[in-house]
Design a protein around this ligand. Structure first.
Ligand code: F1P
Length: 345
């Protein structure tokens, strides 16, 4: 039944991505895909880099739009620039689009706000339709961006036949199940409230993940910084030994995104390294995992999904953690100090 369902979804994909139909050929034949974005949208771009390269074998480069616009990057006519932006008004991302356009690249926009400047400046694009973001910090925009970018990657993979049909169909069925998986992940709320109470006075936080979950570590840290004003750093877990390990002691909470994927064993040893230095570990684990919960101070379960889709689910407990810590510290979560919803200068 799943195989048939996957086939049906595959046949409908071009309708979902109708907004990029005229540029689909450019995307498929791209020499390189450049992703330009800022903040949370940049983190979604990093996940997309892993997904697009894995499933389509097109080289991807992810650029902070705020840097890209001011340097002299090599851009070719057969490059496709994907600009990701929740608001569609971020000045740096708009400037990156103009630069790429001036060199003849194809521009695709992934925005939430219909008719926004970035949507209008792009050749074509796909809206995320996440609904209005009430708070300044992006949350549901991240998941919605990942959904669109993953659908794009799978569409290219289908056209270029870079994935076995069975794998493609399985991924599409899994992608459709994401809303219910997120609903399940949200059930951790009570547990997160208790954990937030214990760590609300922390001075620092470290977030570590590997593979598809590495950008989730960056995003977890950014959310905590943005709304609770606690200093937080996100790193690939394998980078820990190259510096951040020096920070770990009994005062340092470390959030591991440690779901069951191809880097599971490696992350288990990273957790051991932190525990050996008395760090406090909060781990996001796959439902049913017993090993990591036996090693850490707090384990939060999320439902199992294909590892490439996990960021949409594993980010949920981290967004909640930042939210509850911020509320307990008396911060205005919707209107954090010094932050604007769209950075237009
Ligand atoms: C980018 C961004 C957000 C962040 C804050 C400031 O915005 O950095 O990720 O949460 O709102 O702007 P956008 O280009 O995705 O609208």
């Amino acid at each position: 039944a799943d195989c048939l369902r996957g086939r049906v979804i595959a046949d409908q994909m071009h309708v979902k991505l109708g907004g990029i139909r005229h540029k689909m050929k450019d995307l498929m034949n791209a020499n390189r895909i450049i992703i330009a974005a800022c903040g949370t949208s940049w983190h979604a771009g990093l996940v997309a880099e892993y997904i697009i390269e894995e499933f389509t074998r097109i080289p991807v480069e992810v650029e902070y739009a705020s840097e890209f616009r001011y340097r002299n990057p090599i851009i070719r006519e057969d490059d496709v620039l994907i600009a990701i932006s929740q608001s569609g008004e971020t000045a740096d991302t708009l400037a990156a689009i103009e630069l790429a356009k001036s060199k003849g690249a194809t521009i695709l926009g992934v925005c939430n706000v219909v008719g926004s400047s970035i949507a209008r400046s792009s050749d074509e694009g796909a809206y995320t339709h996440a609904g209005p973001e009430i708070g300044v910090a992006s949350t549901k925009a991240f998941t919605a961006q990942l959904t669109v970018l993953t659908t794009m990657a799978l569409m290219i993979a289908k056209e270029k036949q870079t994935l076995p049909e069975e794998t493609l169909h399985k991924l599409l069925v899994d992608l459709e199940s994401i809303p219910e998986k997120i609903a399940e992940a949200l059930k951790c709320e009570e547990e997160i409230k208790k954990i937030s109470e214990m760590y609300k006075d922390a001075q620092n936080f470290l977030y570590l993940g590997r593979g598809y979950n590495f950008p989730v570590a960056l995003e977890g840290a950014l959310k905590l910084k943005e709304i609770s004003y606690i200093h937080a750093e996100g790193y690939p877990a394998a980078e820990m030994k190259h510096g951040p390990i020096a920070l770990i002691d009994e005062e340092m909470p470390v959030a591991f995104i440690a779901t069951k994927d191809s880097s599971y064993e490696k992350i288990v040893s990273n957790i051991q390294e932190v525990k050996a230095r008395k760090g406090k570990v909060i781990a996001i684990v796959t439902k049913g995992d017993t090993l990591i919960p036996s090693m850490v101070d707090h384990a939060i379960e999320v439902p199992d999904v294909h590892e490439a889709l996990m960021p949409m689910v594993s980010v949920i407990p981290l967004q909640l953690l930042s939210y509850y810590i911020a509320v307990l510290r008396g911060c205005d979560v919707d209107q954090p100090r010094n932050l604007a919803k769209s950075v237009t200068v």
